[in-house]
Design a protein around this ligand. Sequence first.
Ligand SMILES: [Zn+2]
Length: 378
Amino acid sequence: MYKWNIKEIDELYKKYKKMADSSNNIEIKRKYTEICDYLIYLLEYYFTYLEKDSVVTPYDNNVPSFRAVIKDDLKIIKNYGMYAPLFRNFNNQFDGLVINNPGNLQHIKTSPAGIVDMSNSFFQNFKGKFYDTYSEIAKKFPTHLQFRKLSNNYDSCGNTHIVRHTKMVYIDIGKNNTLQDYISHIHESSHAISALLNPEIMWDYNKYCFNEVDSLFFEMIGIDYVGTRINREDDALAIKRDTFIDYLYCAMLVCVKLDMYNTLNRDDLSNKKKVKCFYKKELDNDKVAVNNICTTYIHEIWHYVISYLTAVELYYIYMKDEEKALDLLYKIIMLKGLSKEEYLNKVRELGIIFGEHIKDYYNLIFEDKIGKSYGKKI
Ligand SMILES: [Zn+2]
């Protein structure tokens, strides 16, 4: 049985509240207050989403306003503009490509215990820092992990909640009885591992572009692993294809947005009609795409694309030399205290050439014969 222990969170809250109240040191007070605030957030989150085992949609259906998206986008482009060429390169390599949607995943019966068992055996393949840290987290799963049913509109979902200044990690996974359930758990566990290895990682905004590298890398290997284990190689391939399509689409949206912000001036940007007109022209009047681009915050997709490009390169290194890839991943996770440019340069210095193997990866997962270069050995 996996269920967040709310009583424990409540007691911790009281403990830290007492410590915050009784301390005269401003720094310590601030630190404990921050922990208290997060524990309250966790309680609220629990009672909003996890308390009843009912079908829930993971995110609020709030459509962001046109103005809010533009304002936020400009901030991201200003701050992380040096990453923009990576999107261009990804997008350009597949310019004009039309890929059919791989279709729905087969319905299989998954159980919380089975999902955790799968992750346990998966992470055993990474003996050393990664497995040791995973084991530490796994010990707490009975009271720090929870599953919830997903509505049909969502095929993947999960959250890792890290209580800053502590080693407490709470995870919730959306489950819909497909192979994706296993992958979501591997994904979130990877975030938890990184958070224990480098505790400030989630608050290092300069490193934001790389904060999905760990999860996407383990996800890529995990898809192969789980697919083989439960004999659902076709579903595993469908997830890989779906993920690729998703991120290529995100890269395309980012490029169109970049073009739009480069072309229109400040006055034009406040004119919804002009912006929409630009998008319509660029997106061949595709209504769904125009709606997506108007309502998608660039910050929600930007880091996924960069992290994905990094993970694909690590995957190729892993195919040749597992130790080397894991060592590089560890180095990337442990990078800290750098500026946005320095993070990008450091990852390059480690030997990652963004986009170098993306076409190979595309060929690998979209080749017709399943199993030729597929069906990973672990
Ligand atoms: Zn993630």
